[in-house]
Design a protein around this ligand. Structure first.
Ligand code: NAI
Length: 334
C-alpha cells in the first residue's frame, strides 16, 4: 500500500479559502494518498497570532516537507514583511519555478508557448540590505554569491535533464554589473559544461524582454537571478493569459511550497467567482514533485479538457461559471 504523505494547506486570505477547497475536492476525487494539515498565514490571522506567519505554520511545513499555498494579503510600504518572503527565507526555498504554457481557448497573441522560468529566490536586491547613507541618499545592496548562483544553475540544468528540456537561456546584465552578474554567469557556464546535452545561451535582460514579446516560442528554460526573475516571470505569465492560468513553486533542498501566484482578489472574495485554475495547476506540479505522476497527469488532462471544450469558463475569462461549477467540470473530466 502507498504511504500516505501529509501536506500543509495554507488557505491564506481573500479568495484563497475558496480556491483551496475547490482544489481539495479534486484531490479527494482523485483519491490521492495524501492527508492535509491546515496552516494559518496572512493578514486575517495577525490578530490571533500577532504575525502573518505563525511559528506553528512554519513548523508544519518543515515537518511535512511540502505545502500548498494560496495568496496572502500584504501591506505596501509598511507593516509586517510579506508572509511569502518570510516562508521563502524561513525554509530556504532557493528556487522559484514558473512553468508558462499556452492554455486551450485562452485567447492571447501567442500560441504554443511552453517555457519555464527558474529564478534564484534568496539573493540579489531582495536581501533587504538597505540603508540611508546621508539624508536623501539610500543604498540598496545587491548580493550575488558563487554558492547560490551555482545552486540555482545546477537546479535549472537538472530540471532540464529530468524534464526533457533542450535549452537554457541565462538572463543577465553583466555588460553593466560586471562583477555581480558576471559571477552569476561564470557559475552558469561552469555548470553548463556538466550538461552537454542541454544547449546553453546568454541574453541580456532588456533584450530578453523584447525577444519574449516578439518570439516567445523560441525559449525553453530561462535561468536568472531574483529581481530579473520576479519581473520576467510575470511578463511570461502575461504571454499566456495572466497570473490566473500559471502555476508557481518555491523549492528548497528538503521542502517545497506550491502556490497560486495571483493576489487575494478582495473585490470578488466570498462570491464564488474565483478561478481556481492557478492553484490547481500548482497542485499538478506538487503531485509530480511528490512522485504521484499518474494523479498529476490525470489532474492536468482534466483541467486542459475543460479548457479545450470551452463550455465552462469562470468570470475572469469571460464565462459565467462559478468556482463550484468549474470544479464540478474538472471532477467530471477526470
Ligand atoms: P490580485 O491578483 O488580487 O487582483 C487583481 C485582479 O485580478 C482583480 O480584479 C481580481 O479580482 C483578479 N483575480 C486575481 N486572481 C483571480 C482569480 N483566481 N480568479 C478570478 N479573478 C482573479 O492583485 P492585487 O489587487 O494587486 O492584490 C490584492 C492583495 O493580494 C494584496 O494584499 C497583495 O499584497 C496580495 N497579493 C498576494 C500575493 C501572494 O500571496 N502570492 C501575490 C500578489 C498579491
Amino acid at each position: 500500500m502507498t504511504e500516505r504523505r501529509k501536506v500543509t494547506l495554507i488557505p491564506g486570505d481573500g479568495i484563497g479559502p475558496e480556491v483551496m477547497s475547490a482544489t481539495v475536492r479534486v484531490l479527494e476525487a482523485l483519491q490521492v494518498p495524501l492527508e492535509f494539515e491546515q496552516g494559518d498565514a496572512g493578514s486575517e490571522v495577525i490578530s490571533k497570532y500577532g504575525t502573518n506567519l505563525p511559528r506553528e505554520t512554519l513548523d508544519s511545513v518543515l515537518r511535512n516537507g511540502v505545502a500548498l499555498k494560496c495568496p496572502t494579503g500584504t501591506q505596501i510600504g509598511a507593516g509586517l514583511p510579506s508572509a511569502n518572503v518570510a516562508l521563502r527565507k524561513g525554509l530556504d526555498l532557493y528556487a522559484a519555478l514558473r512553468p508558462v504554457r499556452s492554455v486551450p481557448n485562452v485567447k492571447t497573441r501567442y500560441e504554443n508557448i511552453d517555457l519555464v522560468v527558474v529564478r534564484e529566490n534568496t539573493e540579489s536586491l531582495y536581501t533587504g540590505l538597505e540603508h540611508i547613507v546621508v539624508p536623501g541618499v539610500v543604498e540598496s545592496l545587491k548580493i550575488i554569491s558563487d554558492k547560490a548562483s551555482t545552486r540555482i544553475a545546477r537546479y535549472a540544468f537538472e530540471y532540464a535533464r529530468k524534464n526533457g528540456r533542450k535549452k537554457i537561456t541565462a538572463v543577465h546584465k553583466a555588460n553593466i554589473m560586471k562583477l555581480s552578474d558576471g559571477l552569476f554567469l561564470d557559475c552558469c557556464r561552469r555548470v553548463a559544461r556538466e550538461f552537454p546535452e542541454v544547449t546553453y545561451e546568454e541574453v541580456i535582460v532588456d533584450n530578453m524582454c523584447m525577444q519574449l514579446v516578439r518570439n516567445p516560442e523560441r525559449y525553453d528554460v530561462l535561468l536568472m537571478e531574483n529581481l530579473y526573475g520576479d519581473i520576467i516571470s510575470d511578463l511570461c505569465a502575461g504571454l499566456v493569459g495572466g497570473l490566473g492560468v500559471v502555476p508557481g513553486a518555491n523549492i528548497g533542498e528538503r521542502t517545497a511550497v506550491f502556490e497560486a501566484v495571483h493576489g487575494t482578489a478582495p473585490d470578488i472574495a466570498g462570491k464564488n467567482f474565483a478561478n481556481p485554475t492557478a492553484l490547481m495547476m500548482s497542485t499538478v506540479m506538487m503531485l509530480a514533485w511528490l512522485g504521484l505522476d499518474e494523479a498529476s497527469r490525470r489532474f492536468d488532462r482534466a483541467l486542459m479538457r475543460v479548457y479545450s471544450e470551452g463550455r465552462v469558463r469562470t468570470h475572469d475569462l469571460g464565462g459565467s461559471a462559478t468556482t463550484r461549477e468549474f470544479t464540478d467540470a474538472v471532477i467530471a473530466a477526470l
